[in-house]
Design a binder for this molecule. Structure first.
Ligand code: GCB
Length: 624
């Protein structure tokens, strides 16, 4: 059962070319240099879910070099072995073993969690381009675990992985986890691991070059190595079948290779010890069970353990995958959303992953504070806008009993007609689904935000909706849509492909007149549940004045009060996630009030100072 030949990750060393005389100036005229790295994409299919296995952390201090002109990709810096300068065979522009340092996880545009009080590197603060991370990796071969997988929590935006001078693969997308297999290229002893990360804003990326948050750069989530047997469990999920009977579990397990094997699924607390034959690397099955349901008040979770049996000695367990899973049902029924069969009003708030010191790094303490503030606001629901947040957000939501909307940054004017953009967006979506489909808290996958209703967008986003359903049939799919301005009602062709319609509307702010909201709600007759996925107004904490004066706390509070008054009357609105919990950095906003921040938070960017509107919404949520 061996043989994990992965042709995709084989390096591109042409032996004939390497014997030819080298023209030291060739790279100056080569504008196709990126094509060398435009293959071996790490996708959701290679993602390995750690599943409770022990891992080796690669977090900590790495060598770091900014590379604004892509010299390292042009000149192949990664091929240079680190040697003392007197031994260099030719002059160099890069010295892998020297230079500056950075800590993983961190954003180069921000501080590191453990050194948040030290001054930030000023020339890194706004850097948009490529940068090199280099470190030595010591490897001791283990015959029982011959496969070594590099797992990176997130790197914004494109990462290229090099081991001992060989290009092994690349990943697109700034917020989802990905894996690259190192096995065949690892030597016993010291190896050189290099990662090139590029955070340029580009038209074909997801998000594209124009978005309303700060463009941080770097490897800002944890990085680890998994040492695994010849054949291992890549991904496993167990969910409650959403058929209204609460009596069937849907289980799905995928192995590393398309082999036949035998596994056992254990849920000890339910007395489940189910033997699972696996054909061609995959098994999907239904199991009768009556679990205690996961609810907001009692978020019960079960330990779910998969054991993979050794091919020759069935009694021998070759790999184990565990997770803590809650079982609940989420369904849309007409204009209602049902949690475990009961209609629920989603008292939500949007939140960005943004910290004035740490950028996109979310510590567990920061995430717990987010939930504590949302609880104080009376919420039962968070929209994690506009990209996948750290994986521990959904784990903590599972533990605390919160519901989540998770989404990918198909935001504004995406290059919808570009097949590469679709490949990237679809992959980000499926990586997110694979990462979080065991999380009871996640009830809704968002496929986009505020995209204009065009044919190309419809094809693109309906593809995303169907791709998600193909991997996870147990949750709702939604999108934050715009209203139809011609008919002035809730209408969007995409709604035929999704379960929940999100509506972003800013009556009282971008459109100062509330008559429009009244008209809109009256003229709309959606056939699906509607969530007001955004509404709000900017206010600078501590700035006071009349409710009619923009940027005052009074103005923001008045907008919330009016919004609530109107939305309450629309029977099909089954939840809202106003924009948003905390102020966040946005370079698009440079008034004297904004100063580089979007100020629509109910709490200032210090994550402490509450504005008046906080109480307005809290009072409403408490009354619901
Ligand atoms: C929106 C966007 C959100 C912006 C917000 C605003 O509709 O979805 O990302 O930050 O408006 O403040 O304008």
């Amino acid at each position: 059962m061996t043989h994990h030949k992965n042709s995709e990750t084989s390096a591109v060393m042409d032996p004939i070319a390497s014997m030819a005389p080298i023209d030291p100036f060739a790279h100056l005229h080569d504008e196709d240099y990126l094509q060398r790295f435009d293959h071996a994409f790490a996708t959701h299919e290679q993602l390995v879910c750690p599943g409770g296995r022990s891992t080796q952390s690669l977090d900590g201090v790495w060598h770091f070099t900014l590379d604004l002109f892509d010299e390292g990709l042009r000149q192949k810096w990664f091929e240079d072995t680190p040697t003392p300068a007197p031994q260099w065979p030719k002059p160099r522009d890069y010295d892998a073993g020297q230079g500056e340092h950075i800590t993983i996880p961190s954003c180069w545009t921000a501080h590191h969690a453990e050194h948040a009080n030290q001054p930030q590197r000023a020339n890194w603060a706004y850097f948009e381009g490529g940068a090199w991370y280099t470190r030595t990796l010591h490897h001791t071969p283990n015959p029982d675990k011959p496969r070594t997988i590099l797992h990176i929590g997130a790197a914004n935006y494109q990462a290229r992985i090099f081991l001992n001078g060989l290009f092994l693969g690349t990943h697109l997308g700034g917020s989802t986890p990905f894996c690259v297999e190192l096995s065949r290229h690892l030597h016993a002893g010291d190896n050189r691991l290099q990662i090139h990360v590029d955070n340029r804003r580009e038209r074909q990326r997801v998000p594209m070059n124009h978005f309303d948050w700060f463009n941080h750069g770097g490897i800002y989530r944890e990085m680890q190595l998994l040492s695994l047997p010849d054949v291992f469990i890549r991904d496993a999920s167990v969910q409650l079948k959403p058929d209204g009977t609460y009596s069937t579990l849907l289980a799905d397990v995928t192995l590393s290779d398309a082999v036949h094997a035998q596994a056992t699924l254990h849920i000890d607390e339910l007395g489940i010890h189910h033997s699972v034959p696996i054909h061609a690397g995959r098994a999907q099955l239904e199991i009768a069970a009556r679990p205690e349901l996961w609810t907001l008040d009692a978020p019960k979770r079960y330990t779910v353990r998969w054991e993979l049996h050794h091919a020759n000695v069935i009694a021998h367990i070759s790999d184990t995958h565990t997770d803590l899973i809650g079982f609940r049902e989420i369904r849309a029924d007409g204009q209602k959303i049902l949690l475990n069969g009961q209609s629920i009003y989603l008292k939500g708030i949007c939140v960005h992953e943004d910290d004035t010191l740490l950028g996109k790094v979310s510590t567990e303490a920061d995430v717990r504070q987010r939930f504590a503030d949302a609880r104080a606001l009376g919420c039962n629901f968070l929209r994690l806008s506009h990209y996948p947040h750290h994986g521990h957000v959904a784990r903590i939501a599972d533990e605390l009993g919160f519901l989540l909307w998770e989404e990918i940054p198909v935001y504004w004017a995406i290059d919808f007609a570009n097949p590469r953009t679709l490949f990237d967006a679809r992959n980000q979506m499926l990586e997110l689904v694979r990462r979080d489909r065991n999380r009871a808290s996640v009830i809704l996958w968002g496929v986009g935000n505020e995209n204009e209703d065009s044919d190309a967008r419809l094809a693109f986003m309906s593809d995303l909706a169907h791709s998600v359903k193909g991997l996870d049939s147990t949750r709702l799919v939604g999108a934050a849509c715009l209203i139809n301005r011609e008919k002035f009602c809730i209408e969007d062709r995409l709604t035929a492909h999704i379960d929940v319609i999100g509506i972003n509307e800013y009556f009282g702010w971008y459109e100062p007149d509330f008559c429009g909201l009244k008209k809109l709600l009256h003229a709309s007759a959606p056939d699906k549940p509607v969530i007001i996925s955004e509404t709000g107004a900017d206010a600078m904490a501590g700035h006071h004045g009349k409710p009619t004066e923009f940027y005052t706390e009074e103005c923001q509070a008045a907008v919330y009060a009016q919004q609530i008054k109107h939305l309450e009357k629309a029977p099909y609105v089954c939840g809202m996630t106003p924009w948003l919990l905390y102020d966040f950095r946005s370079e698009r906003r440079q008034t004297v009030f904004n100063q580089g921040f979007n100020r629509k938070g109910l709490i200032a960017e210090d994550k402490k100072t509450r504005k008046q509107a906080f109480d307005v919404l809290a009072r409403y949520y408490r009354s619901k």
